[in-house]
Write a protein that binds this ligand. Sequence first.
Ligand code: TRP
Length: 456
Amino acid sequence: MAEKRTSIHGQWSSRMVFILAATGSAVGLGNIWKFPYITGENGGGTFVLIYLLCIALIGIPIMMAEILLGRRGRQSPINTMAALSAEEHRNPNWVLLGWLGVVAGFLILSYYSVIAGWAMAYVFRTAGGLFTGVTADGVNSIFSDLVSDPEKLLAWHTIFMVMTMIVVARGVKNGLEKAVTFLMPMLFVLLIIVVIYAMSTGYFMDGVRFLFSPGEITGKAVLIAMGHAFFTLSLGMGAIMVYGSYLSEEYSITQASVVIALADTAVALLAGLAIFPIVFANGLEPGAGPGLIFQTLPIAFGHMQGGILVGVLFFLLLVFAAWTSAISLIEPAVAYLVENKGVNRIYASVWIGLLTWLVGLGTVFSFNIWKDRTLSIPYLFEDYTFFDTLDYLTANLMLPLGGLFIALFAAWIMRVESTREELHTYPVIYKVWRFLVRFVTPLAVIVVFLRGIGAI
Ligand code: TRP
């Protein structure tokens, strides 16, 4: 049995707190903002089905692998990979996996923060009664007014980055624990209220049909569905790994992973059920892109009883959900700086936050002054803005690649005794997990990726 390590950053006070923090990381803009709009852009049914398959066959096994690696290494992903490859007497270059994650997290946060800023702006627009009795055209123009103004976006982006830095500087445990216990369930309830409104539009079944009845699908859409499975579960970059490093020995990794994945999926599907009936009832375009929720939900809030209150709470909770996700995106980098450079958390958070903020300017401008500055990379994408490019490179390339290597490391590099000891689960579950991470997950990631870029 390997010598047990402890984390210098502290430990979660209970299993429940770990589950809440990891769910807080998983549930965010990915579920409520991204899932509906990419589902709309990729035609619905089949896309959703593939996404669900990816969650089950790729997401859950990789989540287990990530938590396992983190808990065994007990350090930032970079140092965890160094420690574990040394423990298994393998190539030290596995640390590169940690670095890949740090870079991915940083790039994701740079645009995540800008979108979270939209949600903040909408708290105030809703509170001001701007949406009362609004039409689809009205909502559209309110949305364009916001995103076409770089100053507004910049201000909200700055505020959100400061909020994120404050929590990370104080340490992920303090404050976060309490926030997620109450706010997550509350978000769930509000989503259900919007779903109930969606039922009253008379177009509920159109939404259901769009979400669940299969149709045509392209290789690229399959890649986007898989990339989103990584994104929505916060996998492939070490966020869940670093959270796992604060988890105590005795808890079941399997159970935690299943609970987190179920909660995350439930929120995404509810968001879909809330949004698509509104899309069809108002003759909107499902493929409207990143503005989709901001062009649909306000219609619901503008027409339901008590819509201002429900709307304000909804966007407020969305900001909270984004906040609890954002902190997990830079925690690996901050933990690394604290471990290796001897700096304190405040210093580390401020520097990383500043850098992220700076890169975020590219996303701020993607919706206005740089709207027409686009990039094409053969095989990968055509005419993408700075934001589209970052989103594509992180979700469809870096996260699956990170996840692939995490699976390979857990299944092919670590000894069976090490992983079995760390998972300490029923023999059948262990066997199934090992089979999935050894063969199914790596193959699926490779095949989906190659098909997605049209190589096979
Ligand atoms: N999962 C979050 C969401 O769906 C975003 C997120 C947080 C994330 N941490 C991550 C995505 C790590 C990828 C990797 O909104």
